[in-house]
Design a protein around this ligand. Structure first.
Ligand code: CTP
Ligand code: CA
Length: 228
């Protein structure tokens, strides 16, 4: 294990980041997931490391290669429940938690042990609601600085602020997935950052690396008590 870095605004801080989509099993050969690429979460992990943090990256489904070098501990998970367990195992020691993952809202009510065989002309899958990880974190947080994400197609500000309040986040990073350059899988993003008082920053079209850097710099300022 690498020692915590001594330089940078997040030196000595533990940052936990979730990335990618969760995978919800139907049977041993089939699953439900979503279009999240994991790029934003991986960029956040790199940016947090650059600012001196000790980073835990909890990743669901993503094609991105693990970050090279030291300072980022990568944990792979599948389901929302796995992700919840992984995040909770780091909760007490964490200073900043960033929920960039696209957590499946529902999972199959039954996960079959054996491959489901083809039979009738239709097949109905019953889905049940997953645990809301961010909401749980918001209820439990003590000193943890909590950053949520909101991917919206319409009424962005209203939904983002509603999520921030409902999940007791310190910041929420919202993007309009219908904008050119801001959707799932792109290398760029256009984000709007809100706190409980409303809009904090409107970032322009930036690479996910630069967007990540700006988010972490803002978090570092807030954590140190400075307003920005
Ligand atoms: N989130 C979570 N656990 C879930 C669902 C969402 O931790 N079961 C987190 C996401 O990681 C994200 C934030 O909550 O940081 C907002 O996710 P989003 O899907 O936009 O919000 P939902 O509350 O699921 O609402 P909806 O999908 O209806 O817009
Ligand atoms: Ca959702």
């Amino acid at each position: 294990r690498e020692e915590a870095r001594t330089a940078g605004p997040l030196a000595g801080k533990k940052v936990v980041i979730t990335a990618g989509g969760t995978v919800e099993r139907i049977d041993p050969v089939r699953y439900i997931t979503n279009d999240s690429s994991g790029k934003m979460g991986f960029a956040l992990a790199e940016a947090a490391r650059e600012l001196g943090a000790e980073v835990v990256l909890i990743a669901g489904n993503t094609q991105i290669l693990p970050p090279a070098g030291k300072g980022i501990e990568l944990e792979r998970v599948q389901s929302a429940q796995n992700m919840y367990d992984a995040v909770m195992s780091h909760f007490d020691a964490s200073d900043i938690i960033i929920k960039a993952a696209a957590v499946a809202d529902y999972r199959p009510a039954v996960q079959a042990d054996r491959k489901i065989k083809k039979s009738g002309d239709t097949l109905t899958l019953e889905l049940v609601k997953n645990i809301d990880i961010l909401e749980q974190l918001g209820q439990r947080k003590t000193r943890q600085f909590l950053i949520g994400f909101a991917a919206e197609t319409h009424d962005l500000e209203q939904y983002a602020l509603d999520k921030l309040r409902r999940k007791n986040c310190d910041l929420i990073v919202a993007n309009d997935v219908t904008s050119e350059g801001a959707g799932f899988g792109t290398d760029t993003n256009i984000v709007h950052i809100y706190d409980a008082n409303g809009l904090v920053q409107d970032l322009p079209l930036l690479s996910k690396q630069h967007t990540a850097r700006r988010i972490l710099e803002l978090a570092a300022q807030r954590l140190s008590g400075a307003q920005a």
